[in-house]
Design a protein around this ligand. Structure first.
Ligand code: CA
Length: 225
């Protein structure tokens, strides 16, 4: 899942970005709202962590701007502004959650996971699909009850497919949500991850939709026989 962090404090922004990447997210860190607005317009973003005190227009301005144009991306405000009136204003401007700094990384990651589950209409913390079981908190994967070792990006790809089980996800969408800005994307990398998922789980777990992208395979993939 791709997270944009909008934070002008360099130490905090860098720390959040590294911490969220270590928690399994594809995270990018930007230092002002205009850059976040451009990133949002340019591609798929699953969630924004938004500071309020920013250079130029503040976070509330950008949040209102996004909601006015019916941008549905979940926004979690993470700010030093902790007054009751400020928290209410943030939520009423369209934020999905409001946290006052400092917040332990583990709690921030858990709140992000909760918002992402809701935004994908899969509120249950454990996602199952036939013989497959994915624990969204620990990011552990099981096939027919047995744990399966997946590389972090293989897990991230599986998570994206499970989050939208009815959808065909284009190659561009998957690449944008799997990789952050600075990463060079090998054009074959996606195919390699798909290949590994099929090998480690089941050949039918990922369906290729020719000329478009990939979708989750049928739930009965790997059922008895
Ligand atoms: Ca700030």
């Amino acid at each position: 899942m791709r997270i944009l962090i909008v934070e002008d404090d360099r130490l905090l922004g860098d720390g959040l970005c590294q911490g969220l990447r270590a928690s399994g997210f594809s995270a990018d860190w930007l230092t002002d709202g205009a850059a976040a607005d451009a990133a949002l317009a340019a591609g798929d973003v699953d969630l924004i962590v938004l500071d309020l005190g920013l250079p130029g227009r503040d976070g509330l301005h950008w949040l209102r701007h996004w909601r006015r144009r019916a941008e549905r991306v979940p926004v979690l405000i993470l700010t030093a502004r902790g007054e009751l009136a400020e928290r209410i204003a943030g939520l009423d401007a369209g934020a999905d959650d409001y946290l006052v700094k400092p917040v332990p990384l583990a709690e921030l990651a858990a709140r992000i996971r909760a918002l992402l589950r809701r935004s994908h209409a899969r509120p249950e913390p454990v996602w199952t699909h036939g013989a497959l079981r994915f624990e969204t908190d620990s990011r552990r994967v099981f096939w027919r009850g047995r744990p399966v070792e997946l590389a972090p990006r293989e897990t991230a790809l599986l998570e994206l497919l499970l989050a939208s089980p009815q959808r065909v996800l284009s190659r561009a969408t998957l690449q944008q949500r799997l990789y952050h800005f600075e990463q060079d994307i090998d054009s074959n990398a996606l195919e390699v991850h798909v290949h590994h998922l099929r090998r480690k789980l089941h050949p039918a777990i990922v369906r290729t939709v020719r000329g478009v992208g990939y979708a989750l395979g049928p739930a009965d993939a790997g059922s008895a026989r």
